[in-house]
Design a protein around this ligand. Structure first.
Ligand SMILES: NC(=O)C1=CN([C@@H]2O[C@H](COP(=O)(O)OP(=O)(O)OC[C@H]3O[C@@H](n4cnc5c(N)ncnc54)[C@H](OP(=O)(O)O)[C@@H]3O)[C@@H](O)[C@H]2O)C=CC1
Ligand SMILES: CC(=O)N[C@@H](CCC(=O)OP(=O)(O)O)C(=O)O
Length: 345
């Protein structure tokens, strides 16, 4: 069986190491390069001891990927850095899956408004496909550059997409209250992620300005064919991993619970990794897995829908979604390598 060659760029970080965990056991790929600029020459398993005896490859500089023959390059790099590599490698035959936010938005102008930086590879937007397989599997399969969605956007868009696609949402009525575990902030410690500032604490951040607001607005608006502003507020949870979204919306017309259920069942029929739940999901129900669990409810008293969704930010919110995209881009069965059962408890 042909094994595709894979490079993971940024393998010293959280999502890079999760990619390695999935790809090391993927039956149709072989990891040929894993990179770090800070730890070049060390073993991958020195940095991530869970791989001791399993993946003891040496970390190499990203520079060496330029000359190697690979089929897929995963960029597990911070935004603003990713675009530099996408530009540098634009003529390689390898397809690129970028886990950062550098190519998720509709244009370099919108990017500048929300990321407060001039985009240095604006041509990349022409080829980039938004990598949410439940919505865009056909386009992803033909793409050479996939913009893997953000973690909050994955949970938020999947929670609300059926309502937008059905055209039943009252414009500008959506409020998204989202909470993320600490690995969402990456491996580098900061004041915000310092143990003493998060332990037994819980707070909102990025109110009204978080860059995921526009990512969610653009994708949902496109589905519903209108421009809708969305109120999005993220919170930092004192846990390692997991995202919980609670979304509220007013509909154009009241519905019954069974009508709401039908909208969701129709939209997600055949989508292996969305589980429609009959009780509110918790982050532990999806931990270590590629599932997005969704619980849609109709509140008869307030005449609003309330949708709860849960994902593992490092997996469905990043690495396993990237592997799902890779499977599609290489024409393989979409769930290969992704059949983990959640880790609870
Ligand atoms: N964490 C999460 O839950 C999610 C993350 N993402 C996105 O995925 C990307 C990776 O996230 P995450 O793994 O958390 O980030 P980390 O901070 O954990 O890792 C980032 C990696 O980038 C490398 N890096 C940093 N600067 C450079 C540079 N100038 N050149 C080359 N490599 C560099 C670092 O390696 P070294 O210093 O060793 O070179 C490190 O391995 C980010 O864009 C993030 O926003 C998306 C969804 C969810
Ligand atoms: C908890 C936490 O800090 N989360 C990150 C978002 C996670 C993420 O990876 O988003 P991008 O890929 O779009 O950068 C944040 O709010 O900035």
């Amino acid at each position: 069986m042909k094994k595709y060659k894979i490079a993971i760029v940024g393998a010293s970080g959280f999502t890079g190491s999760e990619l390695a965990r999935l790809l090391a056991r993927h039956p149709q790929v072989e990891i040929t390069a894993i990179t770090s600029e800070t730890h070049t020459g060390k073993l991958f398993s020195d940095l991530h001891p869970q791989f001791f005896g399993i993946l003891d490859m040496s970390l190499v500089s990203a520079e060496s990927v330029s000359n190697s023959e690979v089929d897929i390059i995963f960029l597990a790099l911070p935004h603003k850095i990713s675009m530099e590599y996408a530009a540098k490698w634009k003529n390689l035959s390898a397809k690129i899956i970028d886990l950062s936010g550098d190519f998720r938005l509709s244009s370099p102008e919108v990017y500048k408004d929300w990321y407060l930086k001039e985009h240095t590879f604006p041509e990349g937007f022409k080829n980039a496909v938004y990598g949410l397989p439940e919505l865009f599997a056909d386009r992803i399969a033909k793409a050479s550059l996939v913009a893997n969605p953000g973690c909050y956007p994955t949970a938020s868009i999947l929670a609300l997409a059926p309502l937008f696609a059905e055209g039943v949402v009252e414009s500008d009525s959506v409020i998204i209250d989202a909470k993320s575990g600490l690995t969402g902030a990456g491996i580098k410690a900061s004041e915000a992620t310092h143990f003493s500032n998060v332990n037994e604490n819980f707070k909102a951040y990025g109110i009204g300005v978080h860059r995921h607001t526009i990512e969610i607005e653009e994708q949902l608006s496109a589905l519903g064919h209108f421009n809708s502003t969305i109120q999005f507020t993220p919170h930092l949870l004192p846990v390692d991993r997991g995202i919980l979204v609670t979304a509220y919306a007013t509909l154009k017309n009241p519905v019954k619970q069974n009508q709401l259920d039908e909208i969701y069942q129709k939209f997600y029929r055949g989508k292996t990794f969305v589980r429609l739940r009959n009780s509110p999901p918790g982050i532990k129900d999806v931990r270590g897995s590629h599932y997005c669990d969704i619980f849609p409810t109709w509140d008869e008293r307030t005449q609003r829908v309330i949708i709860i969704s849960a994902i593992d930010n490092l997996l469905k919110g990043a690495a396993s979604q990237a592997v799902h995209n890779m499977n599609l881009m290489l024409g393989m069965e979409e769930s290969i390598g992704l059949n983990q059962i959640p880790l609870r408890p």
